[in-house]
Design a protein. Structure first.
Length: 309
């Protein structure tokens, strides 16, 4: 949420929301390519095909999507906090709210490489808020007190598996969040933690799914035929690649990985089965989905009022 002292990327796994979840239908089939590869440089997965796959798992969709309702809520909180700090006699200039739809690349890639790695250097992270100048009002204890309140009175909420998240319990940031959620603020934090925990649990459980295990077996056999025996897990392959470059041939093993995923339909099966496991988790935790939807609607109503002035 806007105004925190932590980068948005680090908080997305616990704070991002969407207006609706993804439904998983029986017999879902998604094409990852427009046809058989016509050369080494031809993409094996289309951007649109991967996007459809990424949106299938309904818990992940709730955790990571950044749609109009979430963007409005963040902007309303930002606006409210600015006004609150102005009333307290301070100038507060938080980062601009990311536009709706900008969270797509934040979604995890739990099944390893999906497209050929770029030769370009990674993009630099966006700079955070400018630190206050020493001696300025923004660097004073009074400013921090107005914005964050007493550190000993923070709101801390825990999930069912020990994960916790903490937010200001008073000050302008807390007031802005309370304006959006009223007495539902603690439950909203808890629901988001539980969704994140459910996502992690589903990733572990999908390993036991027969269809997923069969897809992994096909990928393993394909990798062996390609000259890379002993590969058991596409995600582990990507993680351990730096230490395997000399032994496995560097980028050649990545090409084999992508081609085997395409030939065996690995990613389609993996995401479809993960979506089914996540849906079972939602079905087993109906209060989470119900409260998430209700509290999101509550935020959206409040944010429209705040932004209307």
């Amino acid at each position: 949420m806007s105004g925190t002292r932590r980068p948005r990327r680090a908080l997305l796994t616990l704070t991002a929301v969407v207006a609706a979840g993804a439904a998983v239908g029986a017999g879902t089939v998604l094409a990852l390519s427009d046809g058989p590869p016509q050369g080494e440089d031809r993409p094996l997965a289309t951007t649109a095909g991967l996007e459809r796959l990424h949106r299938l798992p309904p818990v992940t969709e709730r955790v990571f999507s950044w749609d109009g309702a979430q963007a409005r809520s963040a902007e309303a909180q930002r606006t409210y906090a600015i006004r609150c700090m102005t009333r307290a006699g301070f100038r507060y200039v938080p980062k601009a709210t990311p536009p709706a739809g900008s969270g797509a690349d934040e979604r995890p890639r739990p099944f390893g490489l999906e497209t050929a790695p770029s030769e370009a250097p990674p993009a630099a992270d966006q700079p955070g808020e400018t630190p206050p100048k020493p001696g300025s009002p923004e660097a004073s204890p009074a400013y921090a007190q107005a914005l964050f309140g007493d550190e000993n009175r923070r709101l801390t909420v825990k999930g069912t598996k020990g994960m916790s998240v903490s937010r200001p319990g008073e000050g302008c940031l807390a007031e802005a969040e309370t304006r959006m959620l009223g007495d539902g603020r603690a439950r909203w934090l808890q629901v988001r933690i539980m969704l994140f925990e459910g996502q992690e649990q589903a990733r572990t459980e999908v390993e036991k799914d027969p269809a997923f295990r069969n897809a992994t077996g096909r990928w393993q056999q394909c990798m062996e035929r390609a000259g890379f025996p002993g590969q058991r897990d596409p995600q582990a392959l990507l993680k351990t690649l730096p230490s395997q470059k000399a032994r496995l041939g560097g980028r050649d093993v990545l090409k084999a990985d992508l081609r085997c995923k395409s030939e065996t339909g690995y990613l389609t099966t993996a995401y479809t089965r993960l979506a089914a496991v996540q849906q079972r988790w939602l079905d087993a935790n109906p209060a989470v989905a119900k409260d998430w939807a209700a509290l999101l609607a509550r935020q959206d109503k409040a944010s429209r009022e705040v932004l209307a002035g």
